[in-house]
Ligand binder design. Sequence first.
Ligand code: CP3
Length: 357
Amino acid sequence: MQQISDHLLLKAIRKESIERTPLWIMRQAGRYLPEYIDLKNKAGGFMSLVKNPELACQITLQPLERFSLDSAIIFSDILVVADMLGIELSFEENKGPIFDKTIKTARELKEMKRNYDIAEVKYVFDAIEQTKKELDGKTPLIGFIGSPWTVSTYLIEGNSSKVFNNVKKMINEERILVNEILTELTDISIKYINQQIRSGVDAVMIFDTWGGLLQENDFYELSVRYIEEIKSSLIDTNIPVIYYIREPKNKIVTLNKMDVDVIGVDSTMGLGEFRKATNNRFAVQGNLDKDVLKLGELEIYQAVEKIFIEYDYHTGHVFNLGTGITPDIDPSKVNILIDAVREISQKFNGKEVNAKI
Ligand code: CP3
């Protein structure tokens, strides 16, 4: 029987030579799929899906039923950790996440619930167990957390700010408090991701969507340091870890110090340029601009080919978009993307340059 470790995704992560490049898509279960919208409306909203293991499992599998993708990612959100802090998370249509409390003063931090009980998010672990059963060893399942830094930006602002005024002010004026918040979030994240591992995920991904807001020095002090702590606390030292960052260009010195298997990047930097700058230390994930999926078949093929050429046909590539797929993408474009990645990568995989410069 084929072991899950023989799956293309896990081989690519180990930089082994493979017959074609694996592909999955960030936010592959989401609003661009009519079947997602249907089930979400029936359930009564996003959080009703997330909190119901059976529905979360069904939603996780939706994109795999429609497309041939090489990985599943558990349907949930990086912000569900709020449940462990006694903070209520809701999503308003087109407004993003909203919390009933924020943490931006020492007092709010003190009032925050301690003695975190991971049972508060049992729905995630149950969804993982059900999904693993359904996948039956055929496709790997990725579990995930947000980096403490990225999660803190939402908890400090109380919503999906995009401006981050409170966060920026706090970094300058209340650095100790920020570090205390990050320490708490790190503690929770370790418990939470380890329980996802116990529940059966095959790889873990750490989303550091807003790591790019930080200057390189702060980036280490406020984000990477805590990720290192999480990484060194994983109960399974062999489980692959994928770290996702946007705008990695001015973060290379720090990224080079990280102990992760894969770095996922957005489309602001070429994968080949990134590979060279990081001396082949990591496998890479990415990085097609999601807006390319609004173009025609020929343009999609050309953009996919450009990524392979730029990466210079090396091992250690998991194809993905640079950011999550959005509701304005026609699902039929994903079929074109899958065909393009298969066709183009098959031409050179097996003959690729081993990850040496
Ligand atoms: O990728 C997947 O398919 C797995 C599920 C997943 C979701 N969110 C589902 C979701 C994952 C891995 C995430 C991660 C996440 N969540 C991140 C990091 C990655 C990134 O996108 O940069 C962040 C920053 C969040 C926080 C979050 N969740 C925001 C800001 C929003 C609202 C805006 C938006 O992007 O839609 C969400 C909502 C959310 N999370 C949706 C989905 C499918 C849409 C909810 C809906 O149906 O209304």
